[in-house]
Ligand binder design. Structure first.
Ligand code: KIV
Ligand code: NA
Length: 275
């Protein structure tokens, strides 16, 4: 059966760690589906799929195009789709409508949105519409302009208190899980102890209930910048360069395509054609 909000809740209750990765396309999601508990179609697609400098330009249409491709591939992993910048900030009504579109058109199993205390009315209303919400606190990339850069959050006593407040508030508002991004290990551990819902960390240390990484980061497919929290499990970018160069060489020296990769025709037909 496909993983869902109950799977995540049970895993936290049993102390089992939850693994998540991002995916944005059918082929990758199909490979990933049986490997991790959940897949996030993150608005990080703005960076890694579309080449933007941040996530602000990502649209609902982008999320639906990539989200539906991932949903079509997944039979095991729970699929969470990000709400893009300005699809939920303006009003509670707008938030519920756009969350609904991600369920109907992208066939998401849940949506994710950024923000703590200030987004709780949205989280509550979307949850009341029967749509599970994953919250996202700490360094929330859609607010990069307000933060003045991609910086670790919660290092001061005020910052740490604010993050604890945000975490408790999103749980109370009905979120089924919360992503904590770029925050000190011990703070995230403390928040994880305080919450009954699972915490999913990225740059949040080893004390959270789960982990998430952007798949291009962990496979070495994206090198524009590599944050400190990224562990590269593979250097597939280097392997791709080798394969692309080998192809180029074989095309030029005529060793590709060979007979095994070509179609034959009866000799008499060609002879007749050439007459
Ligand atoms: O967009 C994204 O990939 C995310 C994760 C990094 C949590 O929000
Ligand atoms: Na995101």
């Amino acid at each position: 059966m496909k993983n869902n909000v109950s799977t995540f809740a049970k895993m936290k209750a049993k102390g089992e760690k939850i693994s998540m990765l991002t995916a944005y396309d059918y082929s990758t999601a199909k490979i990933m589906d049986n490997c991790v508990n959940g897949i996030l179609v993150g608005d990080s697609l703005g960076n890694v799929m579309l080449g933007y400098e941040d996530t602000l330009s990502v649209t609902m249409e982008d999320m639906i195009t990539f989200g539906s491709a991932v949903s079509r591939a997944c039979k095991n992993a729970m699929v969470v789709v990000d709400m893009p910048f300005m699809s939920y900030e303006v009003s509670v009504e707008q938030a519920v409508m756009n969350a609904g579109r991600l369920m109907k058109e992208a066939r998401a199993n849940a949506v994710k949105l950024e923000g703590g205390v200030e987004m709780c009315d949205r989280i509550k209303a979307i949850t009341n519409a029967g749509i599970p919400v994953m919250a996202h606190i700490g360094m929330t990339p859609q607010s990069v302009n307000a933060f003045g850069g991609f910086k670790v959050q919660g290092k001061s006593i005020d910052g740490a208190r604010k993050m604890v407040e945000d975490a408790l508030a999103v749980e109370k508002a009905g979120a089924f899980a919360v992503v904590i991004e770029c925050a000190p290990t011990e703070l995230c551990e403390y928040i994880t102890e305080k919450l009954t819902i699972p915490t999913i960390g990225i740059g949040a240390g080893d004390g959270t209930d789960g982990q998430i990484l952007v798949y291009q980061d962990m496979l070495g497919l994206f090198s524009d910048y590599v944050p400190k929290f990224v562990k590269r499990y593979e250097l597939l970018g280097d392997k791709m360069v080798d394969a692309f160069k080998q192809y180029d060489k074989e095309v030029k020296n005529g060793s590709f395509p060979d007979k095994d990769h070509s179609f034959a025709i009866d000799k008499e037909i060609i002879d007749e054609l050439r007459k």
